[in-house]
Design a protein around this ligand. Structure first.
Ligand SMILES: NC(=O)c1ccc[n+]([C@@H]2O[C@H](COP(=O)([O-])OP(=O)(O)OC[C@H]3O[C@@H](n4cnc5c(N)ncnc54)[C@H](OP(=O)(O)O)[C@@H]3O)[C@@H](O)[C@H]2O)c1
Length: 268
């Protein structure tokens, strides 16, 4: 059945490709950006800043006014900061949480009354492998995605009786602007070297955004969407590492790869 889909952060990257694919598959798509006069897209673009309550309510009300309903919310807007936890300022941490986690909560809370009234709906939250396993120098991002994972898992149970499903998409690294810009808060030689390493690994392993979009489309169209969807080989490896490898082995592997490896500068 064709759905009315609202997707945050559709101006570029994963969100844009996902919105395009869902539009091509015949769904009625509303994408969002903080700068709505960007370029011409085949789907409807609305102004939205997920950190602003009024902006969230206006955008959701606009979708319902235009389409008469809202079947699927995709919480995709987000970004990644990389740097030593000690060097990440409280403002940087709060901003990361506000966009990646609280932003999704704001939108979810705003759409739920409509979905309940309609008798059902779907919420799809863009998590990450960073929401399954925390790597060093990525604490703020990991915190935001771990929060999103816990929130989604809890919410799923609460909403299943109302025929509203909650799903998490967990991609490995994806080739988008984020891969190149996320290093900006990494200060210090060691943090920078580790961030460069994660970025290089990401470039080698990175998925195309289309691979994530296809999984989101499956969730939008599934009869009974599941809670978790891993996307790509990197994500599957991380999930196996988390499930089957003892914690002390995992810790030794991560320390060698990202903290004390012989080809890294001395950790401070
Ligand atoms: N790239 C990866 O390796 C990767 C891997 C796993 C998960 N993810 C997750 O996938 C999602 C999309 O990432 P991406 O790589 O596609 O990023 P991207 O290319 O940088 O695009 C980010 C999108 O989020 C929007 N956005 C950012 N802050 C916002 C705010 N405060 N309010 C509303 N919109 C905001 C941007 O819109 P405007 O700037 O136009 O407003 C843009 O459309 C994120 O949640 C990210 O954590 C990414």
């Amino acid at each position: 059945m064709k759905q009315v889909v609202f997707i945050s952060g559709a101006s570029r990257g994963i969100g844009r490709i996902t919105a395009q694919l869902l539009h091509e598959r015949g769904h009625r798509v509303f994408g969002t950006t903080r700068k709505p006069d960007t370029d011409d897209l085949p789907f409807r673009m609305l102004a939205l800043d997920v950190t602003d309550d009024a902006s969230v309510h206006t955008a959701v009300a606009q979708v319902v006014a235009e389409a008469g309903r809202l079947d699927v919310l995709i919480n995709n807007a987000g970004y990644d900061i990389y740097g030593a936890a000690e060097e990440t300022t409280l403002d940087e941490l709060l901003a990361q949480m506000d966009t990646n986690f609280v932003g999704a909560v704001r939108l979810t809370t705003a759409v739920l009354p409509y979905m309940r009234r309609q008798g059902g709906g779907r919420i799809v939250n863009m998590s990450s492998v960073g929401g399954l396993l925390a790597l060093p120098y990525n604490s703020a991002y990991a915190a935001s995605k771990f929060a999103l994972e816990g929130y989604s898992e809890s919410l799923r149970y609460e909403l299943l009786p109302a025929q509203i499903s909650v799903s998490l998409i967990e991609p490995g690294q994806v080739r988008t602007d984020t891969l190149e810009t996320s290093i900006r808060s990494a200060d210090g030689r060691h943090a920078r070297a580790v961030a460069e390493r994660a970025r290089a690994l990401g470039r080698r392993a990175a998925l195309q955004p289309g691979a994530v979009a296809r999984v989101v489309a499956r969730v939008v169209e599934a009869k009974r969407p599941r809670l978790r969807y891993l996307v790509g080989g990197q994500a599957r490896q991380v999930a196996l590492l988390k499930q089957f490898v003892p914690e002390w082995v995992r810790e030794a592997l991560i320390m060698r790869q990202f903290v004390t490896g012989p080809d890294l500068p001395q950790a401070p």
